[in-house]
Design a binder for this molecule. Structure first.
Ligand code: URA
Length: 253
């Protein structure tokens, strides 16, 4: 377990380091200082001198998020995020909404235009359909569940998020899930499902079957936006949702 935690920390640090170097690369900086600054004097504390400052910059972007004790602290740690190339095109960082202790969490792909403007996930047409699934289908309130996305900033022209964008946002989604501790995750659509399960298998084969996400039951289903285009598949989503409802009602759950 500790090894797994160390690996995760190392992965986040490596991703942070890569973003830092790429950021400098985009600014035209091809070389980073070495030598003089590497030899830290014993009395130097991190934050002082060249290496201290560099260390602070390299690892500070995800560290407060990983230590967040609440969703509010996590949101504050994300701040006015500029960790990936999506930030210039967004209006709001669309963090997530709902019950911080929800048993059920829905995870979509990323904000669309309405979500970007309002700062809340799933508030556009697809969002209305998701709300209907939650309220009319499941008999729950939107405030009973927690809703988030794989990426928190709107990709331009609603294109799919790119791998570096997903990677930048991944520590935040993971932390969000860790804080909410849902019993069940419903992953909405091919993109969210494949990102969460790290799979390339088609959604048509993954949906309707329980999967494991770090010890949490995960049910993949079609995205509400897909259902707006293919209403005939609503019955398949209803089958998936019935499995979720049954699982929510089981005493051990
Ligand atoms: N589609 C998504 O995947 N997420 C949203 O928040 C809205 C539409």
């Amino acid at each position: 377990m500790a090894l797994e935690g160390d690996r995760e920390e190392l992965r986040v640090m490596a991703a942070s380091l890569r973003r830092h170097v790429e950021f400098h690369g985009r600014a035209g900086i091809r070389l980073l200082p070495r030598g003089r600054g590497i030899e830290r004097k014993p009395e130097e504390t991190p934050g002082e001198g060249l290496l201290g400052g560099l260390e602070g910059n390299l690892f500070s972007d995800c560290a407060p998020a990983s230590q967040a004790k609440s969703l509010e602290e996590l949101r504050a740690a994300i701040g006015d995020c500029r960790r990936c190339k999506l930030w210039p095109g967004r209006t709001h960082v669309v963090f997530g909404v709902g019950n911080a202790k929800a048993k059920l969490m829905f995870i979509g792909e990323g904000p669309g235009r309405d979500e970007d403007l309002q700062g809340e996930p799933f508030v556009g047409r697809a969002g209305q359909l998701l709300t209907d699934i939650i309220t009319k289908g499941m008999g729950l309130k939107r405030e009973d569940v927690y809703i988030a996305n794989v990426v928190k900033c709107r990709p331009p022209e609603n294109r799919n998020p790119e791998p570096d964008e997903v990677e930048s946002c991944e520590p935040f989604l993971k932390k969000q899930i860790e804080l909410v501790q849902p019993q069940i995750i419903v992953a909405l659509g091919k993109f969210a499902v494949q990102s969460l399960l790290k799979s390339k298998v088609a959604i048509t084969r993954l949906r309707g079957i329980w999967h494991d996400y770090h010890g949490i039951k995960l049910m993949p289903t079609f995205h509400p936006a897909y259902l707006l285009r293919n209403p005939g598949d609503k019955k398949l989503v209803w089958e998936d949702i019935k499995k979720v409802l049954k699982e929510l009602k089981t005493p051990s759950a």
